[in-house]
Design a protein around this ligand. Structure first.
Ligand code: 0RQ
Length: 492
């Protein structure tokens, strides 16, 4: 049956987007990202710029996106404002050059901020779906993200109907938009796979101004095989979790895992899966990456609640080919539910996220190099870290061949403070900070996690600092960062 909505090309749909508009696009990582229309908007922007006219949009998504969104639009200089998270080289460059205003925020907060109008009106939403019905049911594709809220709030909606994505993926969604406070009900979820919502998002059909048919796979970046360093980090994590299990601090049935983005996080989850000491487990997480997917196939991962499927094309094909196996093992939720702090606390999640740098007391910087230039953003790490039963941060002890130490006297920017950080792990070892006072924390982090080439410096910094509850030398706490900026190396 044909739909009562105008079908058009991506180029025609792009004409509906005007300079200065607030545009919301689907996507939570490259999973479910809009593709054809943003690419056409980038081309349109370049043409308009060539004629001497301005063209820039304000851009909202669920989280990071595929290349068609951030990379293409940033290269075309087509974005003036961006929220809430990105991981694109081109976009990062423009943000750090002061050419794009970027709002870095907790991902669980985004739908509520949209609902309350913190960013103003949404002029157009561009949402990838596997099916849309005449009465406005929208079956989303490989991520849910903030799309249900974008569909509700946008003045106009463009649907990218992706025929290349299996229609069955849409049924994995479990969509609920919490009521506004003070009438918000508590979320009743006692198991990571418990369903509390509908399988589709809803939109007023009168708002759908275009259907654009596509068939492109998600633009997933490459994952490197785990290397020696991430294997070491994974080894420490596995030993630690095994000890926690043996001591009864983690129940014998284990607790749901959350794992952040990136290769180290991927390798750590793979390591947990390989350990004979850790029982089959569930995940309550925001991104399902390739390693946990393989664990699901082997039976080690019993099921996962996520916000998106950040998977390799062959893994997506595997889901399409064996939907009976995956249907009851994966639930895709909106980001205000997948990352909901109350649920994270209720389920007792074990959170594993990645740090750029950690200071002597356990504060974590996940976002800003030397406190200034953004890498990606806080993403969902804060949603999980603050409320997890066990909050772990992992990172290599050094970056750039040793020129940068990940363990520093004082973080140059703080995303997660000492009160939300329980365990730090590098390839040097693991620091369990629970129950430790500041001085003990500092020595444990230096001895267990810092690279040997930085340990003397850090101990001396501590010893020379004025005695206090938290010892610091305000004259010298950023010497490593200053050296890095002046000479390209922290130990100048
Ligand atoms: O630089 O890309 O030039 O080689 O940072 O570092 O070690 O490859 O690690 O890819 O896992 O990224 C924190 C950025 C780590 C990421 C961060 C340089 C290093 C390299 C990348 P190159 P690695 P990863 C779920 C949860 C916050 C959001 C989050 C992140 C590059 O994990 O964005 O967790 N996390 N969200 O050389 C300068 C330092 C550095 C440094 C590393 N101290 N100073 N550069 N690098 N440490 C996701 C969502 O919310 C969707």
């Amino acid at each position: 049956m044909s739909l009562p909505f105008p079908t058009m090309s991506a180029e025609q749909a792009a004409e509906l987007v005007e300079h200065g508009m607030m545009v919301a696009m689907s996507g939570f990582t490259p999973a479910g990202s809009a593709k054809a229309v943003p690419r056409a908007i980038a081309v349109r922007a370049k043409e308009i710029h060539q004629s001497g006219e301005p063209f820039q949009i304000r851009l909202l998504t669920g989280a990071s996106t595929g290349a068609s969104v951030d990379e293409h639009l940033a290269e075309a200089n087509a974005v003036s404002w961006r929220a809430p998270y990105q991981s694109s080289r081109a976009m990062r460059k423009r943000i750090n050059a002061g050419e794009v205003d970027f709002v870095d925020m907790h991902l669980s907060h985004l739908p509520q901020s949209v609902m309350f109008g913190h960013f103003g009106d949404i002029d157009v939403a561009i949402i990838e779906a596997t099916e849309v019905t005449a009465d406005g049911k929208v079956y989303l594709s490989t991520s849910v993200g903030a799309s249900p809220t974008f569909l509700k709030k946008a003045k106009k909606v463009i649907i990218e109907l992706n025929r290349g994505q299996s229609r069955d993926i849409g049924d994995m969604s479990d969509i609920v938009i919490p009521r506004r406070p003070p009438n918000r009900l508590s979320l009743s979820m006692s198991h990571p796979l418990e369903r509390i919502g509908k399988r589709y998002a809803e939109v007023d059909p009168a708002k759908i101004v275009a259907i654009v048919e596509t068939d492109q796979a998600d633009e997933l970046g490459g994952f490197t095989d785990s290397d020696e360093l991430s294997e070491k980090i994974a080894g420490y994590v596995v030993d630690f979790l095994s000890n926690e299990l043996a001591s009864g601090r983690i129940p014998s049935s284990f607790l749901p895992l959350q794992s952040g983005v990136g290769n180290v996080a991927n390798a750590v989850t793979a390591g947990v899966g390989k350990s004979p000491d850790i029982p089959d487990f569930f995940m309550y997480t925001e991104v399902l990456q390739p390693a946990p997917f393989d664990l699901m196939r082997s039976g080690r991962l019993r099921g996962a609640s996520s916000c998106g499927l950040t998977l390799l094309p062959e893994q997506m094909q595997e889901i399409a080919d064996d939907i009976e196996f995956f249907r009851d093992r994966i639930v895709l939720r909106p980001q205000e539910i997948s990352n909901n702090p109350a649920v994270v606390r209720q389920l007792g999640v074990i959170a594993m996220n990645t740090a750029l740098e950690v200071d002597l007391y356990g504060h974590v910087n996940s976002t800003h190099v030397c406190g200034q230039n953004i890498m990606n953003g806080i993403g969902g790490s804060g949603d999980f870290a603050r409320n997890a039963y066990l909050s772990m941060f992992v990172c290599p002890s050094v970056a750039k061949g040793g020129k940068i130490s990940a363990i520093v006297p004082l973080c140059s920017h703080t995303d997660h403070n000492e009160h939300s950080v329980h365990v730090i792990v590098t390839e040097q070892g693991l620091a369990d900070l629970r129950g430790l006072a500041p001085g003990e924390r500092a020595r444990t982090i230096i001895d267990n996690c810092a690279h040997p080439m930085y340990r003397d410096y850090l101990h001396q910094y501590l010893d020379k600092s004025t005695a206090a509850h938290i010892r610091h030398d305000l004259q010298h706490c950023f010497d490593l960062h200053r050296n890095l900026m002046e000479t390209g190396s922290m130990l100048a």
